[in-house]
Design a protein around this ligand. Structure first.
Ligand code: CP
Ligand code: NVA
Length: 338
């Protein structure tokens, strides 16, 4: 495994990749690869034996919820799912009071929801490690799964020409920009100008790039962005909580759909396609059918042809949510560092 960071991660929160160094990110990726091997070989890894973990969800989830749940069980801990309507949180009890109560009973807290302030508040007041399972602003555990998948197929992260196409100012755009800057990628955000990431995130990434050697490009020009790309990544055009924006986003983002023509423009027949999922690539979902009836689109951010192609690694990426989330928990709250 890469550089050993004994105890450096113990007791830490995982709220945004801003808080982690390049070495720490690489350590978590190496640990995830090691835990993946152990799982496949049936080798027990109960680094959190006897712990109780709260999984707090304001928004729905398949991958993140399942990854945290299975990771807890594989690590010997007990996961407790607390949905939006199951507890007093938000309606009758503040973030601070909830954090204190959960911290008295649980050994760690995962939070998925709307405001970054909420997960930051849980971290401030609970006294136990808190992990961000997605907020409007950031989705840091997803980036670890994305980067593990890139490492598995390309072999390294430094200098990788990684293009994120679509809604550049959402949680995925922000987190990929920060993560890519940290690990020294040639990271390119390609979206219409009105959806460029906030300037403070871009400034942060540019500052980080001075040390890591990353190259940062923010552009509306698809040809410029995808030239020579090794990875093309996209996300939904409308994120959770902004469901009134379909018309506006379709008008803006249709030219940025990931299709065969875009993959060909890279000039790289082996270009990887990644997507955090869930994805609208066919009419097999309620929302997909609703969009088809209203706007006539059968596919949105990616065509079914690309999604199902040999260039697509989206299900490896989804599986890697488990191994990377397990690494985050084991490193911050487990005995793996001792
Ligand atoms: N990628 C991701 O976070 O998926 P879920 O919304 O299903 O958790
Ligand atoms: N940007 C998406 C990511 C889903 C994993 C959303 O927030 O809905």
């Amino acid at each position: 495994m890469g550089k050993k960071l004994t105890n450096q991660l113990t007791g830490r929160h995982f709220l945004t990749l801003k808080d982690f160094t390049e070495d720490e990110i690489n350590y978590l990726l190496d640990l995830a690869a090691d835990l993946k091997e152990k799982k496949k070989a049936g080798i027990p890894h109960h680094y959190m034996k006897g712990q109780n973990i709260a999984l707090l969800f304001e928004k729905p989830s398949t991958r993140t919820r399942c990854a945290f749940t299975v990771a807890c069980i594989d690590l010997g801990a007990h996961p407790e799912y607390l949905g939006k309507n199951d507890i007093q949180f938000g309606k009758k009890e503040s973030v601070r009071d909830t954090a204190i109560v959960l911290g008295r009973m649980f050994d760690g807290i995962e939070f998925r929801g709307f405001d970054q302030e909420t997960v930051d508040g849980l971290a401030k007041h609970s006294g136990v490690p808190v992990w961000n399972g997605l907020t409007n602003e950031f989705h840091p555990t997803q980036i670890l799964a994305d980067f593990l998948t890139v490492k598995e197929h390309i072999g390294h992260l430094k200098g990788v020409k990684f293009v994120y196409v679509g809604d550049g100012r959402n949680n995925m755009g922000n987190s990929l920009l920060i993560g890519g800057a940290k690990v020294g990628m040639d990271i390119r955000i390609c979206s219409p100008e009105v959806l460029f990431p906030d300037q403070d995130v871009v400034n942060y990434a540019e500052e980080v790039a001075k040390d890591s050697g990353a190259k940062i490009t923010i552009t509306a020009d698809i040809d410029e962005a995808v030239s020579g790309a090794e990875v093309i990544y996209t996300d939904v055009w409308v994120s959770m909580g902004e469901e009134d924006k379909f018309k506006e986003r379709i008008d803006l983002l249709y030219p940025y759909q990931v299709n065969k023509e875009m993959l060909e423009k890279t000039g790289n027949k082996d270009v990887m396609f990644l997507h955090c999922l869930p994805s609208f690539h066919d009419l097999e979902t309620e929302v997909g059918r609703d969009v088809y009836e209203k706007f006539g689109l059968k596919e949105m951010e990616v065509t079914d042809e690309v999604f199902q192609s040999d260039n697509s690694f989206v299900f490896d990426e989804a599986e890697n949510r488990l191994h990377t989330i397990k690494a985050v928990m084991a490193a911050t709250n487990g005995s793996v560092n001792s």
